[in-house]
Design a protein around this ligand. Structure first.
Ligand code: BGP
Length: 479
């Protein structure tokens, strides 16, 4: 890699409040949906306990104790040379129940201090408003985002924090990986994206579409409001982009790929274009889903288009129709079958490692929306081992990041994509979202803590720390 990245490129690191902060009951914070999830391990999934059960281990309660250690962690970020730090605001620190009349000053003060500390160290905060931790009370009492009342609660929360931090935070995103619930089946994402309480026997997919649309409406209102609070705000969406290739050159595989991608694009199409796309309206009609929305809400969607497209990229997929002889209509996209791509290796967790897929995604999204793009998550989760010298030699992580950064550079230099920044995921080891494990590590900074919650929480630098530090110092040029 010889060329440098654009001037002012936002080299950074990303985390989410519930995966690092801990201090889950400090200074008036209310319980969030993330707080009632236990840790999984060795293939055992996380359990959603619907309340706190004595004797169970909840990894997010302490996480890596960033709540008390953020000043020393920020010193390390500064040493790395980070220009941007992406984190989220924990909604239940600000509105402990989500529907409270007044915000909680203790929570507001915490983020004032955190943002001041970042700015003092020359690091720009990049803030997600809702990153998988909706106040638990909003699930219990209102059934989550299926209920339109949550639109108002979210807008009120956003209004309070955007106003309070209007001179400290410029970059905002509304809902983290809002399209993760796209497959309509996963309990985990219906929980973390939307806090949905399902009713017996109902069509889950229809409810998830309703919740997703309610979030899109809430997001558009927040974009409009944010621009009124400070016209300099840059407000984006946050999508999980997994490009799903056609497994073979059979035309039906190609069609299946288009249909699977539609499902993911639905959310960013609304965010970026301000209207519900034709293919989703047709799908709802075909399925006889009665998704509720009115003229005022459609108007809000039109008026609240995002400024940039933030997204995570970890892997690609492939889809085939080969065994669709079992009767599934390939246009019925939830049933399109995902297949292992023989050209691609996977991580210990089975996540396909596909750096070129990142360039594919950058091209697909940029030509679709022609808005600036921001890669706000990308990274390599691995079992790191401390060697005899006490260090973690994570060459594999360096290779992963380097290969992805090379593809970013090609997208900028050869394809003309407008890319604002790159904040690799889990810049410091944190609680894994999917498994609740500590030992699925992404960081360039090691945190001494294991899956059972034992460890000193001491921080140390991995080899990737020095590598990334040099890369930032050289604005993208690396060995
Ligand atoms: C994304 C989430 C993050 C994060 C990351 C890695 O889906 O936005 O919160 O954790 O994936 O996933 P995991 O922690 O399951 O490895």
């Amino acid at each position: 890699m010889k060329k440098k990245f654009p001037e002012h490129f936002l080299w950074g690191g990303a985390v989410a409040a519930h995966q690092i902060e801990g201090g889950y009951d400090q200074q008036g914070r209310g319980l969030s949906c993330a707080d009632v999830m236990t840790a999984g391990s060795n293939g055992v999934e996380r359990e959603i306990t619907h309340g706190i059960v004595e004797g169970k281990y909840y990894p997010n309660h302490e996480a890596i104790d960033f709540y008390h250690r953020y000043k020393s962690d920020i010193r390390l970020f500064k040493e790395l040379g980070l220009k941007a730090f992406r984190t989220s605001i924990s909604w239940s620190r600000i509105f402990p129940n989500g529907d409270d009349h007044e915000p909680n000053e203790g929570g507001l003060q915490f983020y004032d201090d955190l943002f001041d500390e970042l700015l003092k160290n020359g690091i720009e905060p990049v803030i997600t408003l809702s990153h998988f931790e909706i106040p638990y009370h909003l699930y219990e009492v209102y059934g989550g985002f299926r209920n339109k009342k949550l639109i108002d609660f979210f807008v009120r929360y956003a209004q309070v924090v955007m106003h309070r931090y209007k001179d400290k935070v410029k970059y905002w995103m509304t809902f983290n990986e809002i399209n993760n619930q796209a497959d309509g089946q996963s309990d985990l994402h219906a929980w973390t994206n939307s806090a949905i309480q399902f009713e017996e026997g109902e069509n889950r997919e229809a409810v998830i579409f309703q919740a997703g649309l309610n979030e899109l409406i809430a997001s558009s209102k927040v974009v409009k409001l944010g621009h009124e609070i400070n016209p300099d705000f840059q407000i984006g969406c946050m999508m999980a982009y997994v490009p799903v290739y056609a497994y073979t050159c059979q035309p039906t595989d190609q069609m299946a790929s288009i249909k699977v991608m539609h499902r993911r694009y639905f959310y960013s199409d609304v965010h970026a274009r301000g209207r519900i796309p034709h293919y989703i309206l047709k799908y709802w009609e075909k399925k006889q889903y009665h998704i509720e929305y009115n003229a005022e809400e459609l108007q809000a969607l039109r008026e609240g288009c995002v400024d940039f497209i933030g997204f995570s990229y970890y892997m690609s997929g492939a889809v085939t129709t080969v065994d669709e002889l079992d009767g599934h209509d390939i246009t019925d996209f939830p049933h399109a079958k995902m297949s292992q791509n023989p050209y691609i290796k996977s991580s210990d967790w089975g996540w396909a490692i596909d750096p070129v897929g990142l360039r594919v995604v950058l091209n697909l999204i940029y030509e679709r929306y022609e808005k600036p793009l921001f890669i706000v998550e990308n990274g390599f989760g691995a079992y790191d081992q401390k060697m005899a010298d006490g260090a973690v030699h994570d060459r594999y992580r360096i290779d992963y990041l380097k290969q992805h950064i090379e593809q970013m550079q090609k997208a900028i230099d050869e394809d003309g994509v407008d890319l604002m920044g790159y904040t690799p995921w889990g810049i410091i080891d944190l609680v894994s979202f999917g498994s609740g494990e500590m030992e699925k590590r992404y960081g360039m900074i090691y945190v001494d803590k294991d899956n059972q919650g034992h460890g000193s929480l001491a921080r140390s630098k991995k080899d990737s720390f020095e590598w990334y530090k040099n890369l930032i110092a050289e604005n993208g040029w690396t060995k």
